[in-house]
Design a protein around this ligand. Sequence first.
Ligand SMILES: CC(C)(COP(=O)(O)OP(=O)(O)OC[C@H]1O[C@@H](n2cnc3c(N)ncnc32)[C@H](O)[C@@H]1OP(=O)(O)O)[C@@H](O)C(=O)NCCC(=O)NCCS
Length: 160
Amino acid sequence: MKSSQPFLDVHKQGIRVRPLARTDLPAVMELEYLGHSHPWPESTFLDCFKPNYRLWAAERGEELIGYAVVTYMVDEAHLLNICVSPHVRGQGIGRWLLRHLIAVAVADGMDQLILEVRVSNDAAAQLYLSEGFSEIGRRAGYYPDGAAREDALVMALRFT
Ligand SMILES: CC(C)(COP(=O)(O)OP(=O)(O)OC[C@H]1O[C@@H](n2cnc3c(N)ncnc32)[C@H](O)[C@@H]1OP(=O)(O)O)[C@@H](O)C(=O)NCCC(=O)NCCS
């Protein structure tokens, strides 16, 4: 992982990551619809406010510009959702969110982080690969894709 390399001057840009709150959900839903072809309904986010989940918000001033949802199962963390506002993509915010949630998962005693990503989602796959993830499998037809289905790459980053 390239975690020692600088990637975003968060102080200059006034950006911070903090736990996501239920009161963020209206702003989350706006980004969710902009960011995903098959957005989660709000009820799915609400179901994630449980002790074995970590929900993160990236904000600039009062504006929500990204979020991530992770669940813990025994010693394995699973990244369920990560999204950055289309207006601020390509500025290192996704990488910063990812590194934040990884650092917390390590501190929480997790052994690895796994995730699924659409095979067509080059931006996300490149981000994960550049952070040291490797492809460990493929789930055929995992995602809806109009009337068809799209495969998922399964990726993992081992912490130990
Ligand atoms: C994936 C996502 C979170 C990345 O957020 P971001 O803030 O734009 O990403 P960053 O600026 O931190 O970029 C980190 C790396 O991702 C990769 N990347 C980002 N955008 C890319 C693009 N359009 N094409 C190819 N690679 C890209 C690059 O490797 C980049 O590193 P570099 O800038 O050194 O080249 C964002 O594109 C997004 O919200 N997408 C919609 C939701 C989504 O697909 N989530 C992932 C589901 S698995």
